[in-house]
Design a protein around this ligand. Structure first.
Ligand code: NAD
Ligand code: UGA
Length: 458
């Protein structure tokens, strides 16, 4: 068995994780394959398909040395004995479990492809986020090959967050490897642990059984999202009571048992995974007849949807219950700062609801304008949307600004200049608790910050 690595799926996870392995382990050849030719071409070009701070440097330093991007999946399977599968596992949109269960068709296709093509023993590693016990199904599919090859399935979920992927991969809180508790399984776990061990302290490499590993990934995302929904539920109460959610978050986060992270109230969590993974967890609980557990986790998603809707309702109420024909500047469309990714971004829902009210919206974002165009391509009044990279131009003549992504450069804008170029009264809706609300109020804005009572002029 050779040490060379293949990764099937060159997306937000496959690209950065494999680039990091190549960066840290010069003795290992790493090949990333995908069915999407455009994506592979982009990985091989000067303009990578995803924006991620630090990624370009890592890719460029190892590309065509020990890091390769290709669409030749079969050659990849034949040449490499360690195969990560990092394809998408979206929420099912059809049939049984639609709207909740994970759609495993892409994963299963890969397993069958590996089985058909492989002519030597392989370690097949789940990098995608999968329902607990998926590895059992994969092992069964792989076991039915006609050749005399052995497959060992491991689970090695990825915990990186977009925007900080390179930092997270360089210095992970932990690397989790789950595998069968057999001699063959333990051998495979150690083989993978040795690769990570080239830059990660062994104490941080956790070895578990397969099911614990699969379930830990879903659980980690559920807990993180739950914290956001919890503080967001408190933000609604703060707006009614003159408590300030940042102060509350700071006060509770000082308790070591609670901790300060993931307590930033916002317009809601976005991203391709939180919602999908919680819904998947809900579905699994239901499948096992655990209705109360399912309902408990479902509430995290319900709270998130409530947070998005009440933001627009607050805007409407503040602006005299009509925004038809009014220009509204949207600052930020990505689901968080430092990424161009807009999957499940709260901005999508907010913009759609504003357009339903016949507002004219000008969307600005440093990285996500192309995706924003795609996300809103089907709205009936698409002509009411302007895409403008420059935030000053976006805000000119606007009645209101809605800040939806916490980009650092928004903190540095000259809000006095922006205010002067706007219609009056000028409104500022801060969906990220990102800009000093007193400063905005003093300039003249009517300010509506998540988790604070509004600051309005007569
Ligand atoms: P993605 O959509 O960006 O990338 C998946 C890639 O797989 C696509 O490029 C697609 O073309 C390719 N693909 C699909 N079927 C294929 C096949 N049969 N053969 C070859 N390529 C195929 O998705 P992503 O964001 O990278 O997520 C991948 C997995 O990782 C998901 O399960 C996700 O839940 C999980 N995850 C994502 C993140 C994140 O930050 N995005 C973090 C941790 C875990
Ligand atoms: C999240 C997890 O943090 C990763 O560990 C995990 O690997 C990944 O999902 C995944 O499985 O895809 P990601 O979605 O990239 O990472 O980004 P986060 O930093 O977790 O933010 C998610 C959303 O929550 C963003 O919209 C962010 O703005 C929001 N958020 C986060 C808040 O509103 N408040 C907070 O305090 C933190």
């Amino acid at each position: 068995m050779n040490n060379n690595i293949l990764c099937i799926g060159a997306g937000y996870v496959g690209g950065p994780t494999m680039a990091m392995i190549a960066y840290k382990c010069h003795d290992i050849n790493v090949t990333i394959v995908d069915i999407n030719q455009d994506r592979i071409d982009a990985w091989n070009s000067d303009e990578l398909p995803i924006y991620e701070p630090g990624l370009e440097e890592v890719v460029k330093s190892r590309r065509d040395k020990n890091l390769f991007f290709s669409t030749d999946i079969e050659k990849g399977i034949i040449d490499n004995d360690i195969i990560f599968v990092s394809v998408n596992t979206p929420t099912k949109t059809f049939g049984h479990g639609a709207g909740y269960a994970a759609d495993l068709q892409y994963w299963e296709k890969c397993a069958r492809h590996i089985r058909e093509v492989a002519n030597s023993d392989k370690i097949v590693i789940e990098k995608s986020t999968l329902p607990v016990r998926t590895a059992a199904a994969m092992a069964r599919i792989l076991a039915h090959g006609s050749k005399n090859t052995q497959f060992t399935v491991l689970s090695n979920p990825e915990f990186l967050a977009e925007g900080t992927a390179i930092e997270d991969l360089q210095n992970p809180d932990r690397v989790l490897i789950g595998g069968p508790q057999t001699e063959q399984g333990k051998y495979a776990i150690e083989k993978l642990a040795t690769i990570y061990g080239q830059w990660v302290d062994d104490k941080k490499i956790l070895r578990t059984n397969l099911w614990s590993s699969e379930l830990s990934k879903l659980t980690a995302n559920a807990f993180l999202a739950q914290r956001v929904s919890s503080i967001n539920s408190i933000s609604a109460l703060c707006e009614k009571t003159e408590a300030d959610v940042s102060e509350v978050a700071h006060a509770i986060g000082a308790d070591k048992r609670i901790g300060p992270k993931f307590l930033k109230a916002s317009i809601g969590f976005g991203g391709s995974c939180f919602k999908k993974d919680i819904l998947n967890l809900v579905y699994i609980c239901e499948t096992y007849g655990l209705t109360e557990c399912a309902d408990y986790w479902k509430q995290v998603v319900i709270m998130n949807e409530y947070q998005e809707s009440r933001f627009v309702a607050r805007m409407l109420k503040a602006m005299f219950n009509t925004i038809a024909g009014k220009k509204i500047a949207i600052l930020g469309f990505a689901f968080k700062a430092d990424t161009g990714d807009t999957r499940e971004s709260p901005a999508i829902k907010v913009c759609r609801e504003l357009l339903q009210e016949n507002a004219i919206i000008t969307i600005s974002d440093p990285q996500a304008l192309k995706s924003a165009k795609n996300d809103l391509a089907d709205v009936a009044n698409f002509e009411n949307i302007i895409f403008e990279a420059n935030p000053y131009k976006a805000a000119k003549d606007a009645h209101a600004i809605a800040l939806l992504t916490d980009w650092q450069n928004y903190k540095e804008l000259d809000f006095k200049k922006i205010y002067e170029a706007m219609e009056k009264p000028a409104f500022f809706f801060d969906g990220r608790n990102h800009i000093d609300s007193q400063m905005l109020y003093d300039i003249g804005f009517n300010v509506y910050t998540i988790g604070q009572t509004e600051k309005t002029h007569i």
